[in-house]
Write a protein that binds this ligand. Structure first.
Ligand SMILES: [Zn+2]
Length: 300
């Protein structure tokens, strides 16, 4: 047996520290540094959701997408619950991830994809489901990465993934069923609500949405301009949309819809990951992450 000399002991200690530090980073690989939005990871979520298949109600893909979303949020350290609701004889499921208590900021997106690609001119294509890379998966993917970017300590935040937003104008269905059910059951109102919908298209432009709260819209668009995203966030009104923020607006809650409605692939079979831009994902993800981290959300 050879006793290690003093230098070897020091090297041994350094090695042990290095091993434990790298173990810490490996363990925390799903929780990168707060404030850094990973648009490549967001793109991988869109790819994964598209590969699962169209997230139409009552399908295996819908169930698998729910498991994918909930699994990622749990790995990121959030408390995840599912909320089921019914409309006519239809059952839907909202996914809710929380830190702290309700009553802070609520960020949302819909995760279902439309059953019919009814913007296709060919009738054979128009009856097929939309892949929903931009319409459904982009907002979902950004929320999944905001779960890693948002500062968790002393914060009260809910991330809500609404089901059944996108089935309106189909017999027996309606638009925004998940958000209506959520607000009906909601006992504590959020202080502010921000919705992300169609937030991944190439060269997307986000205009002030007419039904959205003016003061909160200004805060978010100003944050975007400070971060250098003035080409994506245009300080002008353009659209008025029935979307998942409306049930919150009707309750008097300051709510904002960030939506890129100029997408030429909207409700077509071309709504695929090939038409998603990581620069757009970065602009939206970074903006919302900075805005949330700069907005106090502690509930007394
Ligand atoms: Zn849609």
């Amino acid at each position: 047996m050879i006793l290690p000399d003093r230098k070897s002991i020091q090297i041994g200690l350094l090695l042990a520290m290095a091993v434990s530090v790298s173990a810490f980073f490996l363990y925390n690989r799903n929780r990168p540094e707060d404030g850094i939005f990973d648009e490549m990871a967001a793109f991988r979520h869109i790819s994964a959701l598209e590969a699962i298949g169209p997230r139409v109600p009552n399908s295996d893909a819908h169930q698998k997408a729910r498991d994918y979303i909930a699994g990622n949020l749990t790995e990121s350290g959030w408390v995840v619950t599912e909320q089921t609701f019914t409309y006519n004889n239809i059952t839907g499921t909202n996914i809710i991830a929380s830190i702290g208590k309700p009553g802070g900021i609520l960020l949302a997106a819909h995760y279902d994809s439309r059953m019919v690609a009814d913007k296709e001119s060919d009738p054979a294509k128009a009856i097929l489901p939309v892949p929903g890379a931009n319409d459904g998966a982009s907002g979902t993917a950004i929320l999944l990465e905001l779960a890693n970017c948002i500062q968790m300590d002393n914060n009260n935040i809910q991330l809500v993934f609404f089901d059944l937003e996108d089935q309106g104008n189909i017999p027996g269905w309606n638009w925004i069923l998940g958000s209506r059910a959520f607000v009906d059951k909601m006992s504590v109102s959020p202080t502010k609500m921000v919705l992300l919908d169609m937030v991944g298209a190439k060269d997307a432009r986000f205009y002030y949405e007419v039904n959205s709260n003016e003061a909160v819209s200004t805060e978010i668009w100003e944050t975007a301009h400070q971060l250098g995203y003035r080409n994506n966030f245009i300080k002008a009104e353009k659209f008025s949309v029935l979307d998942d923020h409306i049930p919150f607006v009707e309750r008097g809650i300051p709510a904002v819809d960030i939506i890129g409605l100029d997408d030429p692939n909207w409700h077509t079979l071309a709504d695929t990951k090939e038409n998603i831009s990581t620069s757009t994902l970065k602009a939206v993800g970074n903006t919302v992450c900075h805005w949330v981290n700069n907005t106090a959300t502690q509930v007394p």
